[in-house]
Write a protein that binds this ligand. Structure first.
Ligand code: ZN
Length: 305
């Protein structure tokens, strides 16, 4: 069985050093077998960083993000923003109101822009740009934004340092093999006083710990799993002067409830609001790295001279 995880056609060589803190104290955490091909995640004893190990090769990862990924036919699919856009707008607008408190106006970059929904909402306040690795959704976004949407990654974009006043990475960093490099690049791209918004799961949350290997965040496209503490440390190490954690998210309950209606099929579905409201409420109970649920959004500010 273990030979399978070294198949060079699917898996890279396993890593023996933590990509976040450089520690060699790496231990097996889980084998996730509900997906084909299965994968393993390891945990760094020193900083708590969890990562897929060995990783899938880039060719395999690339295959995860085709049209199926957005259509919902893939097992680990992301919802199709174009259909859900009207509802998601409630969340985007609420988020943009908070971002504007940090950076009001200027150039705005969404990393992982998908179909361009967030930058469309942001275009009322900012000159907007996007980076999107998927050809399929990136081409759609370019129909509206032209070459302001770069199809590619933070490694090969055309943007200049200090160009942006706000950068968002919403549910993106968990997909990256080298998150430290991505955060350093975001820091370089921001002007002084600019803000980076990072949303991902807090693996220190009781929710993910209780679910163990069944936790839904363990999926083949996710390579890097953080805690509030080690992600905060990484942002500071990347050059950011100040990090503010918003738990569970930076906006209130109402936008979440309004957004949730996108999946409703009848009035009976409004009963889901009880669960969503309960989740939102218990998510507010947290102290340091301890939290009941796994939601977090970190705002990192580049130093103002
Ligand atoms: Zn580590």
């Amino acid at each position: 069985m273990s030979a399978m995880f070294h198949d060079p056609a699917i898996y890279e060589q396993p890593r023996s050093v933590c990509a976040l803190c450089g520690s060699g104290r790496i231990a097996r955490l889980y084998e996730i077998r509900r997906y084909t091909p299965p994968f393993r995640v390891d945990r760094c004893d020193a900083c708590g960083f969890i990562f897929m190990n060995p990783r899938f090769t880039e060719t395999v990862v690339h295959g995860f993000y085709g049209e199926d990924y957005y259509r919902g036919s893939a097992e680990y699919a992301y919802y199709d923003e174009r259909e859900a856009e009207r509802f998601a707008l409630h969340v985007w607008k609420a988020r943009l109101r908070v971002i504007a408190r940090y950076a009001n106006g200027g150039n705005f970059l969404d990393v992982g822009a998908a179909f361009g929904g967030l930058i469309k909402a942001a275009s009322a306040l900012y000159d907007v740009y996007g980076i999107e690795p998927s050809d399929y959704s990136g081409r759609e976004a370019r129909k509206t934004f032209g070459d302001r949407v770069h199809i590619g990654t933070l490694d090969d974009h055309p943007f200049k340092s200090g160009f942006f006043s706000a950068i968002t990475m919403i549910e993106v960093i968990e997909h990256l093999a080298d998150p430290a490099r991505a955060l350093r690049e975001c820091h370089r791209l921001l002007r002084d006083g600019g803000v980076l918004v990072v949303q991902t799961a807090n693996m220190a949350g009781i929710q993910s710990r209780l679910r163990g290997e069944r936790y839904a965040y363990f999926m083949p496209g996710h390579l890097s799993y953080f805690t509030r503490r080690n992600l905060t440390d990484l942002l500071l190490k990347s050059g950011f002067a100040r990090v503010v954690a918003h738990i569970p998210v930076e906006f209130g309950l109402l936008p979440k409830l309004l957004k949730s209606r996108s999946s409703f099929k009848s009035a009976w579905d409004y009963r889901r609001w009880i669960r969503i409201a309960w989740y939102h409420l218990i998510s507010k109970l947290h102290l340091g790295d301890f939290a009941l649920t796994s939601s977090m959004v970190l705002y990192a500010v580049k130093r103002t001279k």
